[in-house]
Design a binder for this molecule. Structure first.
Ligand code: G3P
Ligand code: CA
Length: 282
C-alpha cells in the first residue's frame, strides 16, 4: 500500500463501488467501478449476529434490502440482529432499480439489462469482496463501521486484519474508520496494515492526528481541508483522499491541488477528469 501513496497522480476511489451505476456495496458495484477505470473501490464492513463480516453501509438493513418483506415479524432491522444466512436471503439490488438514487437509469447510462441483472443481488461477505479485489489485482479501502455501541466492537478489528493476512492481501487494502481506537489498535498491533483516518469534523492538526494513530492517509470532507494542508500533509509523506466528490468542477480543482485520491459515486466522471488532466500535461 505504500507504493500507491507515492504515485504522482490522483487515485480514482469508487465510493461503495460505482454506487451511481449499481447497488452500493455489492460485487456488481465493484465490477462497474473496475469497468469504468477506478483505481480502488471503497466498501463498508460490519458484523452479523453470528460474527461474520458483511459488506453494508447502514447499521440497519431496510434502506438497501427487502428485509421488511422477508422478515416481517422481526420489527427491527439492525445488521447485528441477523445471521449471515438470513442476510444472504435478502435482495440488495431491487431498491436501486426502484429508486435510481443518482438518476443514471433515467439518463440511460445504466441499461435495462443491467438493471434486471441487479435484482436479487446479495450483500457480499468481506471475504467475497476481498477475493473479487484480489482476482482483479485491484485495490480496496475497507471502512470498518463504528460498532462501539453494538456487539462485535471488541472483535471486528482482529477479524478484519486476520482475514487480510489469511488471504495475503495486506498490500492491496487500506483500512479506514471513524472509530479512532480501531485505527490506533491497528497502528499498535498490525503496523503492516495501512490505515486512513475518517473524522466527523475538521481537525485543527491533521498531521499530529495521523502520527498519533500511525495512519498513512487522511480522508477529509472537502470542506474540512485547506489547500495548504494538502501540500503539507503530502510533504510529510501522508496521503490525502478527499470525500465524497461527485461534481466535475470540484474534481478538477482537487486534482490540480494535488490530492492523492478522490472518493466518488461517479468514478466514470472522475476517469474522464483524470484522463483530460493527463492529456493537458503532455
Ligand atoms: O470513506 C469515505 C466514506 O465512505 C465515509 O462515509 O458514510 O459513506 O461511509 P460513508
Ligand atoms: Ca464508507
Amino acid at each position: 500500500m505504500d507504493s500507491i501513496m507515492i504515485l504522482d497522480r490522483t487515485l480514482n476511489i469508487a465510493h461503495r463501488g460505482a454506487s451511481s451505476l449499481a447497488p452500493e456495496n455489492t460485487l456488481s458495484a465493484a465490477r462497474k467501478a473496475l469497468e469504468v477505470g477506478a483505481d480502488m473501490w471503497e466498501l463498508d464492513v460490519q458484523m452479523t449476529a453470528d460474527g461474520k463480516l458483511i459488506v453494508i453501509h447502514d447499521s440497519t438493513l431496510n434502506r438497501t434490502s427487502n428485509v421488511e418483506e422477508v422478515f416481517p415479524h422481526r420489527g427491527s432491522w439492525q445488521v447485528h440482529e441477523f445471521t449471515l444466512d438470513e442476510i444472504r436471503q435478502l435482495d440488495f439490488g431491487s431498491w436501486f432499480a426502484e429508486q435510481d438514487p443518482f438518476g443514471q437509469i433515467a439518463a440511460g447510462i445504466v441499461s435495462e439489462d443491467e438493471v434486471k441483472s441487479y435484482i436479487q443481488e446479495p450483500a457480499p461477505t468481506l471475504e467475497q469482496a476481498l477475493h473479487f479485489t484480489s482476482e482483479h489485482n485491484w485495490l480496496v479501502n475497507v471502512e470498518i463501521k463504528d460498532l462501539s455501541d453494538r456487539p462485535g466492537d471488541s472483535q471486528i478489528v482482529n477479524k478484519v486484519v486476520t482475514l487480510l493476512e489469511e488471504l495475503n492481501m495486506v498490500d492491496m487494502v487500506l483500512v479506514s474508520s471513524f472509530n479512532h481506537s480501531y485505527l490506533a489498535q491497528i497502528g499498535a498491533v498490525y503496523p503492516q496494515v495501512a490505515t486512513g483516518v475518517l473524522h466527523t469534523k475538521p481537525h485543527p492538526r491533521p498531521a499530529s492526528l495521523l502520527r498519533k494513530l500511525k495512519a498513512r492517509t487522511y480522508h477529509p470532507r472537502k470542506s474540512f481541508i485547506r489547500l495548504k494542508d494538502i501540500a503539507r500533509l503530502k510533504s510529510l509523506g501522508f496521503g490525502v483522499n478527499v470525500r465524497t466528490i461527485n461534481d466535475r468542477k470540484t474534481m478538477e480543482r482537487l486534482v490540480k491541488a494535488g490530492v492523492s485520491g478522490i472518493f466518488t459515486d461517479v468514478p466514470q466522471v472522475l476517469t474522464s477528469v483524470l484522463t483530460n488532466n493527463r492529456q493537458n500535461k503532455t
